[in-house]
Design a protein around this ligand. Sequence first.
Ligand code: CA
Length: 362
Amino acid sequence: MDKRRFLRAGLAASAAAVSVPALAQASPNVRWRIASSFPKSLDTIYGGAEVLARRVGQITGGKFQISVHAAGELMPAFGVVDAVQGGSIECAHTASYYFVGKSKTFGFETTLPFGMNQRQQNAWMVHGGGLALVRDFLRDFNIVSFPGGNTGVQMGGWFRKEIKSLADLKGLKMRIPGIGGEVMARLGAVPQNIPGGDIYPALEKGTIDAAEWVGPYDDEKLGFYKIAPHYYYPGWWESNSMYSFYVNTKTWEALPKDYQAAFEAAAAEANSDMMAEYDFKNPAALRRLVGSGVKLHAYPLPLMKAAQDAAFDLYREEADKNPSFKKIYESWSKFRGEVMLWHRFAEHTYANFVYNNPPSKT
Ligand code: CA
């Protein structure tokens, strides 16, 4: 072997010796579990975690595998924050507002009553500094959060009797959880927090007079229309409902950078895909419900105004005693005002025209 060939062979050998283990190290096999706060029957919301897991697997050539576990399989639906915080689970798919009992600051990520719509919430979270503020708050819980789906504006619930004025809410027992429930209480209603599967029997027995859930597609499956035919809109306590993927901070930091990028891209896809799926499924479900005799009603305007005033009273009171709530509230309410001012022009005028003036010929 001449000297040049010998050198070339030596270089090739050392390159091979270096590159093979380096490649193996760069693409380790990673296995995670997602604990969902949702049952499989809530297929559109539960499906958000399945979209994430499938895409992460595809992007990483099967090296990063995530298994999805329905509520109750690994832990109760509302045990997921403690589990991610303690590191017993790598990831959860949940709604932050389930945890307002820990701190009302958890509300911002999903939504607050009279909050923004899905597009506006996305804009605030992704470009308006919302996600950075939320992550700052969640650092104490060892959680890194990623937006993970949305229902859009929800429906306002099912009532046995018509709600003609604010007075009809007095003493009315309604299944409505979280801060929305607190606002209802300020209007005289008696809010109840009941898991999805127990709402129908409670309505049937008369333990409750009304119940809110999500929107036509999910509500139809629970059968509320059979006993409480008055279906109100809008769900002013959920003008959007943004779900979240919660990852344990140490687990996230230990993840290779390219797997982090795969997870972020897949979460972003799951975030937009859920809204598209709801917008596809809800129109047909609403038609079926109306065909079964459901009566649609808009909430009376004075009730909406009183509810909005009660909600913002609650926010100011909370900001006065809770610094983490105050910090995010300032950003949230400023962005809310700005984006709503802009949307009043092109978006609102266009929507108002096309929804009320169908073309005479199509
Ligand atoms: Ca709801």
